[in-house]
Design a protein around this ligand. Structure first.
Ligand SMILES: [Zn+2]
Length: 209
């Protein structure tokens, strides 16, 4: 099965995609991870991306599509869960040339739930591990379970910054959601409980797809 998982920042799409990967036995492909990998390995594409990001310009669609195409080639027969792509209708059309998508899971989470969840997020200064003051508390307050590092709140997890990010996401994603809805591929998953057990949401997704 070829799945796209779609949702605003803080909707938990990465978490659900990893759990779906285990349940369905197909690869979870995140374009964010793919891009970081290219940069880490200093491939020609990775170096090009670095040039764009260091100059503050957006990495062109063409490059992201190229990386994705390379990665998807080996998963076409087994299927995959794609996260972080497509972000535009243009990308959705590009994706169609690479692979026929069976279903698009659209996570609907109210803004106030996302703000609540993200503003409770803590990150380790040392190793980058993520915690949450409500749902995933560290064993010792303010300290990382894995390395003992100090936990802090990211600047972009402040409520007013989150609301701005959500607004930007909403405007950018609407045409893509409409595109997939018109093709009858969209499955809406509604989640308005900030303390929901991720496994319950995955159950919901499994039923829908
Ligand atoms: Zn740590």
């Amino acid at each position: 099965m070829r799945i796209v998982i779609f949702g605003p920042p803080g909707s938990g799409k990465g978490t659900y995609a990893s759990r779906l990967e285990k349940r369905l036995g197909i690869a979870h492909i995140s374009t964010g991870d793919l891009v970081r990998e290219e940069i880490r390995n200093q491939t020609p594409l990775g170096k090009t991306i670095e040039k764009y990001s260091s100059s503050g310009t957006l990495v062109p669609d063409k490059i992201i599509t190229q990386i994705l195409k390379k990665r998807l080639a080996s998963e076409l027969s087994r299927g995959f869960i794609l996260e972080g792509y497509p972000r535009t209708v243009g990308q959705a059309k590009e994706l169609k040339k690479i692979a026929n998508i069976d279903v698009v899971v659209n996570l609907n989470v109210p803004d106030n739930v996302i703000v609540k969840r993200l503003s409770a997020r803590l990150q380790c200064k040392n190793c980058g591990a993520i915690y949450n003051e409500i749902t995933m508390k560290p064993k010792v307050a303010g300290k990382c379970d894995k390395c003992g590092g100090e936990l802090f709140k990211r600047v972009d997890d402040q409520p007013e910054v989150i609301r701005e990010r959500l607004k930007v996401y909403q405007e950018a994603s609407e045409p893509v959601v409409d595109y997939y809805r018109s093709k009858n591929l969209l499955k809406d998953i509604v989640n308005d409980d900030p303390n929901v057990d991720p496994e319950k949401v995955v159950d919901q997704i499994m039923k829908a797809i």
